[in-house]
Design a protein. Structure first.
Length: 255
């Protein structure tokens, strides 16, 4: 069996943004892989942080974002396990499914700076079948050294947008200026329909309430949401719309 090349791009993608796509397209151009696998985390990451967007919504956004990219698919291995999975475990599973393949692990230079702290990082760095593909991020490290020599690596030319998922989440929860217009500017146009869908807006409203509303009023809002959903069901009305209105009825009362 001839060796195949697999480009592997993992992350929470909470949410996916234009910077993710830019580095992915550049890596595909540089590596020309036979297969590209985009691997989202479960709702709880290895850092014990819960993602803001639930997995079903992140998967919808990912699939729309990568539509049209050559030989690219979403691998749901980590999602299907429903628990935090370390990178070395995911790579082990990929090698099991595609025996004899060469793996190209794509990451930004901001993640590269912390790779030595990853669980079993040496199993990745010393693996002859794994090559790091690194995109330079503004303000992040542009070099890396490992005792005994540098790992196999490919540095992508240029630098990539400084946009981050954490910045977009701050826009979602109202902790940064910009609002929905700025969010739509930072995420791929192909996912605009997903992020503005009723189910997505409901999740974003809940994220806003969780982030901004004091505990006492937070409990009150959740009670109103439950009542609104019950009344909508009873009268044959849209339950998502009722829940969204209930979530937002006190959204400005952040004190």
């Amino acid at each position: 069996m001839s060796s195949r090349s697999l480009l592997v791009y993992g992350g929470a993608f909470d949410p996916i943004h234009s910077g993710h796509l830019a580095i992915l397209k550049a890596a595909q151009k540089a590596v020309r892989p036979d297969i590209t696998l985009v691997v989202p985390t479960a709702n709880l990451t290895v850092h014990k942080n819960k993602t803001m967007l639930p997995v079903f919504l992140r998967l919808q956004m990912l699939r729309e974002a990568i539509r049209g990219l050559p030989k690219t698919s979403v691998l749901t291995y980590e999602v299907d396990r429903r628990q935090p999975i370390y990178t070395w475990e995911t790579l082990r599973e990929i090698k099991r499914r595609w025996p004899g393949s060469s793996l190209y692990l794509l990451l930004g230079s901001d993640n590269l700076a912390h790779i030595k702290t990853w669980k079993n990082s040496l199993r990745i760095l010393n693996d002859p079948r794994v090559t790091l593909v690194i995109g330079k991020r503004w303000g992040a490290s542009n070099g890396f050294s490992l005792k005994g020599g540098d790992p196999r690596s490919i540095w992508l030319p240029g630098r990539f947008p400084s946009v981050s998922s954490s910045l977009i989440r701050r826009h979602f929860t109202g902790l940064s200026q910009g609002g929905i217009k700025e969010i739509l500017r930072l995420i791929p146009r192909t996912v605009h329909g997903v992020i503005t869908s009723p189910s997505a807006l409901l999740m974003l409203a809940r994220a806003y309430i969780d982030a901004r509303i004091p505990a006492g009023r937070h409990r009150h809002i959740l009670g109103v949401v439950r009542l609104a959903v019950e009344l909508a069901k009873k009268h044959g009305l849209d339950q998502n719309e009722a829940a969204l209105a209930a979530f937002l009825h006190d959204a400005s009362r952040t004190r």
